[in-house]
Design a protein around this ligand. Structure first.
Ligand code: PAF
Length: 281
């Protein structure tokens, strides 16, 4: 089935209006393209739960804190559209930066607290960029359900809080992280790894899982964190940026386990930055 590629806000709104007139529920999967099996799993779930699937493909300049990261972010719309079609998407919203940000942007969305620690400490302005574009995308598409991966756990928590605080009409649906057989979480950035970096990259998930197992075995967050850091320190080529045990909803580091927590980390492998997390509880 071919998908309708909509370069404009008017075109995607028209497509969604027509689907609604046919009584369909609308699902949206917001992406920045460079689609992989992780995105496919978001689409698969959206496809199963809604009647009309819109995938958005937009490399959002507002959320990049490093210009070189924006410049080398992989872009290949034709391949992305093919994957969306294979997954049964009816429409692909692929706007230009001018379409999304036509004039001076004087309104932004900032989710304080949830955005501040972990990624927020190392990527200033990143979550403001994410929250602003996701608010715009959800307003543009007006979907019933919007799907986000748990790999970007803090992004998910930011979006959930924003949707609740602003009464956004789309229900935010979390989708489990998809991993390679050796545990490496799928990411568009994996394709930037050299062969050797790709070989050592699964050490990140192993360290996070070991920390989770320790917490489940009764260790404190501090003990689990120290053990995971020691394991990563022994891995050549990996530089840890942060590794924290944080409350899954507020994303604040915790010293005692109450409710759901995530062990989350960001590491550098050469020039490639990878993030991952595991849920405990
Ligand atoms: O996770 C992503 O790909 C992006 O941060 C998102 C949610 C599409 C916003 O640009």
């Amino acid at each position: 089935m071919s998908a309708l590629v909509c370069p404009t806000i008017a075109a995607v709104r028209e497509a969604v209006r027509t689907a609604r007139e046919q009584g369909k529920t609308i699902g949206v999967v917001p992406t920045m393209g460079a689609l992989h099996e992780g995105h496919a799993s978001l689409m698969r779930q959206a496809r199963a739960e809604t009647g009309y699937l819109v995938v958005t493909v937009f490399v959002n300049p507002l959320q990049f804190d490093r210009p070189e990261d924006l410049a080398r972010y992989p872009r290949d719309l034709a391949t992305d559209v093919k994957l969306c079609e294979r997954m049964g998407a009816e429409a692909v919203f692929a706007p230009s930066a001018e379409e999304m940000y036509p004039g001076e942007l004087l309104t932004t969305v900032e989710v304080t607290g949830v955005s501040d620690k972990l990624e927020g400490e190392f990527r200033p302005g990143h979550f403001k960029g994410v929250a602003t574009v996701v608010a715009k995308l959800l307003n543009i598409v007006g979907a019933d359900r919007a799907y986000f991966g748990e790999k970007d756990a803090q992004q998910l928590a930011v979006i959930q809080k924003m949707a609740a605080d602003l009464n956004l009409p789309s229900r935010i649906v979390p989708v489990a992280t998809v991993r390679e057989r050796d545990g490496l979480a799928l990411s568009s950035r994996n394709r930037l790894l050299t062969e050797e970096q790709r070989r050592v990259a699964p050490a990140l998930y192993r360290a996070l899982s070991a920390a989770r197992d320790r917490i489940q075995g009764g260790a404190s967050p501090g003990e689990a964190r120290e053990a995971a850091l020691a394991a990563l320190a022994a891995t050549p080529d990996i530089q840890v940026q942060y590794l924290e045990v944080a409350d899954a909803a507020t994303m604040q580091p915790v010293e005692r386990i109450e409710g759901h927590v995530r062990v989350a980390a960001a590491v550098w492998l050469g020039k490639v930055r990878l993030i991952d997390n595991v849920l405990v509880g």
